[in-house]
Design a protein around this ligand. Sequence first.
Ligand code: DHB
Ligand code: FE
Length: 280
Amino acid sequence: MAKIIGAVGSSHIPAIGLAIAKKQQQEPYWKGFFDGHIPIWNWLKEKKPDIAVVFYNDHGLEFFLDKKPTFSIGAAEEYISYDEGWGLATIPPIKGDPELSWHICNTLVEDEFDITICQELGVDHGLTVPMQLMFPGDPNYGGIKVIPVIINCELHPMPSPKRCYKLGQSIARAIQSYDQDLDVVIFGTGGLSHQLDGQNAGYINKEFDLMCLDKLVNDPEYLFKFSVRDIIENAGAQGIEFNMWMGMRGALPGKVEQLHFNYTIPISNTAAGTMLLSHE
Ligand code: DHB
Ligand code: FE
């Protein structure tokens, strides 16, 4: 049977991709952020997961404002990186596992999640930057295959943190009922407090971020009381990317242990959290 072996939360900011391309990891601005990933790099090298389920948001590359599914799942052999601006170079296609994707889609629909299933899917920095960040210098990402899970956080109405957590729980049920010996890691990308435009651009709320991350590990259901609006009021307009972390945490069954944590402010306009979780 497939097994969920752990989860990683991190940032997907385009500037991280640029810093990797320019080999700036040891420059003073970036050192704390990149070094904060060393235990995760080591863990991934040791555990060699077969599959990464990646919770991210599409920033308009595939779903622009004319069509915005609430939840979408990739079900393709590979996912193409297109030029999306930001100065980021495109990268070779990232491999998928359509059979597992379809199994997850079937379970989600049975569980009453009305998802959009994408047999072709262009992927943006929400997915490509974390892949480059987690597998430094390895264009093959340790041979891992990805299952993209996209949550709308660009256009209202957006799903609540609670709903995203429940999506994660349903994905966990799907993985645990999949009849192949695969080790699966869950990635949640994006967040934390950030606002990219308007009067509050660059707004960071460290206290709120740290509270959310602590509860995420130890008492995730506490966070169900927050609406989308509550998150945006406390963490900035794009702070709702925290929903990716809710999905990721929902997909970790049983008792959870935090193996590593790092928090760096600011990185570009945002607070960047990094977390490694395992479970019983
Ligand atoms: C930035 C952050 C994001 O989450 C994003 O999608 C794009 C840019 C930033 O802080 O620069
Ligand atoms: Fe983003």
